[in-house]
Design a protein around this ligand. Structure first.
Ligand code: SF4
Ligand code: SF4
Length: 241
């Protein structure tokens, strides 16, 4: 079984932020203290209590704002997750990958891991730390909903069809079909890392325009920490002992 996946169609995102709010509600996460920092993007970044964030960037050409780009950011639930590869070297039960869905899940044992190493391992700049507890957090695919045959909260509330969820092979097919249509208007449209992730994003503009870590190659091409290299070679620190 290929497990589950998301398809995020950025051409359909209106930045209503329903997904961001629904995520907070389902996870019972509090709002954050923020201030005006010159952007409608609010809060400014992901955090331990903000798993989903609608990022906003202006598309500027020849000094003119041509478009406003919206990017609902979240964990991509990598098929071979580097965060787990590195985390397993310190505690194999801190980051889990569900066999049926493929969801990558951070547990209460993440306080046994080194946050800097986990963050550095993630090509999409996703994990965040709760400094009070030393726990790490990120999108959990609404795993408790999904195993009860419910959609993730962000997908359920999305009014435009930008957020989609289902069997991974169906999401891949939906993404391929939609890409063909979108290319008629946006010839540079691409899917972000579609074979490596369970969250397939259709970018109608160059991914670099949306966010520095929108696709893996943007956030440090070929970046491989020393610990990742060991994890890849030996699988587990215990194997070294
Ligand atoms: S996007 Fe980052 S946090 Fe999510 S599974 Fe991949 S490596 Fe882990
Ligand atoms: S709910 Fe849908 S349309 Fe609204 S911000 Fe999220 S992805 Fe975009």
């Amino acid at each position: 079984m290929d497990g589950k996946g998301f398809f995020i169609d950025l051409t359909r995102c209106t930045a209503c932020r329903g997904c961001q709010v629904a995520c907070k509600q389902w996870h019972n996460h509090p709002a954050e203290d923020t201030r005006n920092w010159g952007s409608f993007q609010n809060p400014p970044d992901l955090s331990y209590v903000t798993y989903k964030l609608v990022r906003m960037e202006e598309y500027v050409e020849n000094g003119q704002v041509k478009d406003w780009l919206f990017f609902p950011d979240q964990c991509r639930h990598c098929i071979q997750p580097p965060c787990k590869m590195v985390g397993d070297m310190d505690d194999e039960r801190a980051i889990l990958q569900d066999f049926d869905t493929g969801a990558v899940l951070f547990t209460e044992r993440t306080n046994n891991l080194f946050f800097d190493e986990i963050l550095a391992s993630c090509p999409y700049d996703i994990p965040r730390l709760d400094e009070a507890t030393n726990l790490q957090g990120k999108c959990d695919m609404c795993f408790d909903r999904v195993i009860n045959d419910k959609l993730p909260a962000c997908v359920l509330v999305c009014p435009t069809g930008a957020m989609n969820f289902g069997d991974l092979d169906e999401m891949r097919q939906m993404a391929d079909e939609r890409l063909e249509v979108v290319k008629e208007e946006f010839p540079n449209a691409v899917l972000g890392d579609p074979n490596a992730l369970r969250v397939i994003v259709l970018f109608h503009r160059e991914p670099t325009r949306f966010h520095h870590a929108a696709v893996a190659s943007l956030h440090g091409p070929g970046r491989f920490t020393r610990k990742q290299a060991f994890a890849k070679m030996f699988g587990n620190r215990k194997a070294l002992i």
